[in-house]
Design a protein around this ligand. Structure first.
Ligand code: AHR
Length: 502
């Protein structure tokens, strides 16, 4: 029996912010240096930025780009990376030298070229509330005070107008430099927020949080009236120490755990009466955790072979398959469904490491996840509609830890484009080998219209893209007439689709 999906175009569940399709870039491995910043490469512009990377980012309408970390930021001194004299520093998080040739001014200029909002994460590890608010002065004050004057002296007469700021990154974690206790965190964020808002009351502030109720209750009890966002992160296939990839079946098991953290934080915000004021910034997410052995442990490696060279394993393009694409499509569906409480999300990262864009000296590889962002940003609507499946089929899979899961075969999200009114239904078929017929009951909608299917897929669950290899792509189907009140579409195995109905 095929599933029949009912859409209620009259029930708008929410309007998603484009910032759900945001991204993150960190001073780690080849994300910045040797990634988007590649001076001397013929593909780079006058600022040393890869024009092909910037163009790829514009094509998926990157709305916001979080920077400079991540763990990197928790011992970062922004003042050493502005002005004519840059101070190379030893990055204590990732244990490499950072030349500091890419700093605040270069980052903001890059965001303006991409056409995205900057989103700066501050150092709440070794940093202080004063250093955080000095950074806001440097970026956002017109000319008052030494830091705004410093920006002007550095050649930037106009303020950078950085609207989004995060206080800290994962300061709850023992791995984080300058980690904080529950009792310390709320107070530090409160004082940092006061100083930053005194500099720029229009700044929107987030703070590092997690689904731990004690951490968040203390944070929100101190700062609920000063924050606009609460920041949570999630990587499902954790591979920091061991680079052991979850296969397709194991990855599908993770799709049962896409909403749990959102629900926990939603519940807490509602319990504290903050759900209208504070939204969730899911500002680091990826199926795959980054591989960087030994840096988060005191028994750190002593040689590059121990802790530095293994980072190149993140660059294995054959590892990013339709598992990554299908999982990411399901997570983006989850974010859209919860767009009343999730206002921002940032794929971690966008360039190299586990990112959707891989760079090499002669060009790019658009990994499978890039095409998912292309599909969701360019073919799906803003209005999230109500709908239900009257025969939700499940399939049995076994997760990475031997956990047995029954997961829905299809993941369907009905949306509508506000300007045109066109129905756009995201439909993911998670089955590894079988297609599925999806019937869409067009209740109340004229059956005389047309439809087309836009699909991201490859020949198998293991399909991937690499230099000279293109096995995963986005294809636009032709417009076809709708000839009945129920539209039936066949969804290929392991595919992410958008069905457009006009
Ligand atoms: O593995 C990379 C790290 O993941 C980021 O720097 C940090 O924010 C998260 O723990």
């Amino acid at each position: 029996m095929s599933a029949c999906y009912h859409i209620r175009p009259d029930r708008v569940m929410g309007v998603r912010d484009l910032m759900l399709y945001g991204h993150f870039i960190e001073h780690f491995h080849r994300q910045i240096y040797g990634g988007v910043l590649d001076p001397g490469n013929p593909l780079s512009d006058e600022d040393g930025l890869r024009t092909d990377v910037l163009e790829a980012m514009r094509k998926i309408k990157v709305p916001i780009l979080r920077w400079p970390g991540g763990c990197f930021v928790s011992s970062y001194n922004w003042k050493k990376a502005v002005g004519p004299q840059r101070t190379p520093v030893f990055d204590k998080a990732w244990r490499v030298e950072d030349p500091n040739t890419f700093g605040t001014d270069e980052y903001v200029a890059m965001c303006r070229k991409i056409g995205c909002e900057p989103y700066i994460c501050t150092n709440a590890g070794t940093g202080t509330p004063e250093e955080m608010s000095d950074w806001v002065e440097y970026c956002n004050l017109n000319h008052e005070g030494e830091f705004a004057r410093w920006r002007i002296a550095n050649g930037h007469r106009e303020p950078h107008k950085v609207k989004y700021w995060s206080i800290g990154n994962e300061n709850y974690g023992a791995w984080e430099l300058g980690a904080k206790t529950v009792g310390e965190w709320g107070r530090l964020v409160l004082e940092s927020a006061k100083l930053m808002k005194h500099v720029d009351p229009d700044a929107e502030l987030s703070a590092a949080a997690l689904t731990d109720i004690h951490w968040n209750v203390d944070l929100l009890s101190h700062c609920g009236q000063h924050l606009d966002w609460i920041s949570i992160h999630k990587y499902w296939n954790l591979m920091a120490e061991n680079n052991d990839f979850a296969d397709y079946e194991q990855t599908m098991a993770y799709t049962n755990d896409l909403e749990n953290d959102i629900n926990k934080v939603r519940g807490l915000l509602m319990a504290m009466g903050l759900e209208k004021r504070i939204k969730i910034a899911y500002d680091e997410w990826n199926l795959r955790g980054w591989h960087h052995p030994k840096v988060h442990t005191i028994q750190q490696g002593r040689t590059p072979e121990d802790y530095l060279l293994p980072r190149d394993k993140n660059d294995r393009n054959q590892d990013y398959t339709m598992a990554d694409a299908v999982f990411s499509a399901c997570f983006l569906n989850t974010l859209n469904r919860n767009c009343d409480i999730v206002g921002m999300a940032n794929f971690a990262p966008i360039v190299n490491t586990r990112g959707c864009i891989f760079t090499h000296k002669d060009g790019l590889v658009l990994r499978s996840t890039y095409h998912i962002f292309d599909l969701y940003v360019n073919y799906l609507g803003e209005e999230i509609l109500d709908g239900w499946d009257d025969h939700a089929e499940t399939m049995h899979v076994v997760g990475k830890t031997g956990n047995h899961e029954d997961v829905p075969v299809l993941d369907v999200l009905p949306t509508r484009m506000r300007e045109s009114g066109m129905l756009c239904v995201a439909a993911v078929n998670k089955h590894a080998s079988e297609s599925r017929a999806l019937s869409i009951a067009l209740e109340g909608k004229a059956a005389a219209g047309q439809y087309r299917v836009i699909t991201v897929n490859g020949e198998s669950t293991e399909a991937y893209n690499d230099i000279g290899v293109e096995q995963v792509c986005l294809t636009e189907g032709e417009w076809q007439p709708i000839t009945a009140d129920v539209l039936s579409v066949r969804l290929q195995p392991h595919s992410a689709n958008v069905i457009q109905i006009r």
